[in-house]
Design a protein around this ligand. Structure first.
Ligand code: ADP
Ligand code: TYD
Length: 206
């Protein structure tokens, strides 16, 4: 059995990751691929419980250090219960966020905690996607889209525009340093145009 492909979507809040992940999943499924759609934080029952702790409540509820531990705990469960079994069964896994989000949100916004994030990742996760789409866009537009959803899971949106701008720079830095894995996609376009771009890039890899 050939190992499946692991694809992730990354970017700031409201940049269109969920929309594009769903569109890519639907296109690949139509083409006969066996697809597992998932998300972080969450994706497995235990990780979804940790998600609730992380995304609701006061922005100062957790320090960046505590967040690193909680996101990594959730990711470990998600990896063990959902991602690895699916990849081993030859399925294509599409995840809305993965470890790049921790590298940026926890590693590069509230002091330089990137070394801590990397150490814990190497110890507990030690897995990278085969392909990562980083959806890049204007933080003010993305923030207004994200908040307009009224999801009740806005703890990170509540840090404000300056925070989203730092995040955008952080994702672009990762794209530069990991350019064999990451593809930056311009998110300031009509949704269908972005999808066509992403499908073409994925098919080229498949
Ligand atoms: P994310 O998962 O990155 O937070 P979503 O895919 O949930 O982003 O999109 C956030 C909001 O913006 C949703 O209401 C969605 O319908 C809308 N949206 C997504 N992509 C676009 C686009 N290209 N142009 C305009 N609105 C969009
Ligand atoms: P998500 O539901 O994808 O939010 P959005 O649709 O607004 O992009 O992710 C939830 C939030 O969790 C988001 O603000 C980013 C944050 N997050 C981290 O801070 N670190 C992480 O490791 C992950 C996976 C998410």
């Amino acid at each position: 059995m050939t190992r499946g492909l692991f694809i992730t979507f990354e970017g700031i809040d409201g940049s269109g990751k969920s929309t594009q992940a769903k569109a890519l999943g639907a296109a690949l499924a139509k083409d006969g691929h066996d697809i597992v759609m998932t998300r972080e934080p969450g994706g497995s029952p235990g990780a979804e419980e940790i998600r609730h702790l992380l995304l609701t409540g006061d922005p100062d509820r957790w320090s960046a250090e505590t967040e690193i531990l909680l996101f990594t705990a959730a990711r470990r469960d998600h990896l063990e219960k959902v991602i690895e079994p699916a990849l081993m069964a030859g399925k294509t896994v599409i995840s809305d966020r993965f470890a790049d989000s921790t590298r940026v949100y926890q590693g590069a916004t509230r002091g330089d905690l990137r070394a801590t994030v990397d150490t814990l990742h190497d110890l507990m996760i030690a897995r990278e996607p085969d392909l990562t789409f980083i959806i890049d866009m204007d933080p003010a537009t993305a923030l207004s889209r994200g908040l307009a959803r009224g999801s009740g899971e806005d703890r990170f949106e509540d840090f404000g525009l300056g925070f989203q701008t730092l995040l955008r720079d952080g994702f672009l830095d990762i794209a530069k340093s990991q350019n064999g894995r990451c593809i930056v996609v311009d998110g300031n376009r009509m949704s269908d145009d972005i999808t066509a771009d992403i499908i073409a890039q994925t098919i080229a890899l498949l």
